[in-house]
Ligand binder design. Structure first.
Ligand SMILES: [Mg+2]
Length: 227
C-alpha cells in the first residue's frame, strides 16, 4: 500500500508553465472590463496567491480603490473569457519536467490525484487541458472555492473523502507546490507538504518554509512512494 492515498498538485509552476498566458489574460481583462490598458499582474502572479487575491490587489493598485464584489466578478469573468485562447496560443506553454511520467505512475500505484490551486476552476481546467492532463485529477480545491489557500486545500481533501466515502488520514495526504504559500497551506491544513523547485523559488527558498519533502523537479522519485 502506498504511503499516500491522496496527492494534490498545485498547477502553475508545479505541473505546467503557461508561458505568461495567465498574465496576458489579466491584462486583457483590465483593458476590456475597466478600460485600463497595460496593467501588469507580474508582481503577484507567481507567488502562489489565489486568483481572487491577485485580482483584488491588482485592481486596487491599478484603479486606485478597493473593488466591489461585482467589480471582481466582472474582472474575473473577462479574464476567464480569454484565458483558454491565450493558453492555446502561448508559445512558452510547457509541461514541467517529469510530470507526464509521474502522474501515470502515481495513478498505477493506486494513489488518488487532485489539484489544489489558486486558479478559478474553469481557469485550472483551461491550463491543464492544453496538455490533456485534466483526466488525472478526480478532485480539486480552487481559487473559486476560497481565496484562502488553506481553505481550498481543505476543500480538496473533503471532496476526496466524499468520493471515497470515508475519511483520510492526513499523514497519507500530500500537497505538492512550487511556492512557500503552497507549503504553509499544506502545513495549516494538517497534511504533508512537498516543495518542488520548478517555479520562481529555488530549493533553498522552499526549504526555508520547512516542507516535509523538497524536490528539484518531479523527475525525482516521489517521496514515500518511490523511495
Ligand atoms: Mg504555483
Amino acid at each position: 500500500m502506498p504511503s499516500f492515498e491522496l496527492i494534490l498538485f498545485d498547477i502553475d509552476g508545479t505541473l505546467i508553465d503557461t508561458g505568461g498566458a495567465g498574465a496576458r489574460s489579466w491584462t486583457w481583462a483590465f483593458e476590456h472590463a475597466f478600460d485600463r490598458p497595460g496593467v501588469d499582474i507580474g508582481k503577484y502572479s507567481s507567488a502562489g496567491m489565489t486568483d481572487p487575491v491577485v485580482a483584488r490587489k491588482t485592481f486596487t493598485e491599478a484603479i486606485g480603490r478597493e473593488p466591489t464584489g461585482e467589480d471582481l466578478a466582472r474582472l474575473i469573468a473577462a479574464y476567464l473569457s480569454v484565458l483558454p485562447d491565450y493558453v492555446a496560443a502561448s508559445e512558452g506553454y510547457r509541461v514541467l519536467p517529469g510530470v507526464e511520467e509521474l502522474l501515470p505512475r502515481l495513478h498505477d500505484a493506486g494513489v488518488l490525484l487532485g489539484v489544489t490551486t489558486g486558479a478559478m476552476e474553469a481557469g485550472a481546467h483551461a491550463k491543464l487541458g492544453r496538455a490533456c492532463l485534466n483526466h488525472f485529477f478526480l478532485v480539486g480545491g480552487y481559487g473559486s472555492d476560497s481565496e484562502d489557500r488553506v481553505e481550498l486545500t481543505k476543500t480538496a481533501v473533503k471532496r476526496a473523502e466524499r468520493l471515497l466515502g470515508r475519511s483520510l488520514d492526513p499523514r497519507q495526504v500530500a500537497v505538492v507546490g512550487d511556492t512557500p504559500l503552497d507549503i504553509s497551506a499544506a502545513q495549516d491544513a494538517g497534511v504533508v507538504s512537498v516543495g518542488v523547485a520548478t517555479g520562481k523559488y529555488d530549493l533553498d527558498e522552499l526549504c526555508a518554509a520547512s516542507p516535509d519533502h523538497a524536490l528539484s523537479s518531479l523527475t525525482e522519485p516521489f517521496p514515500g512512494i518511490e523511495n
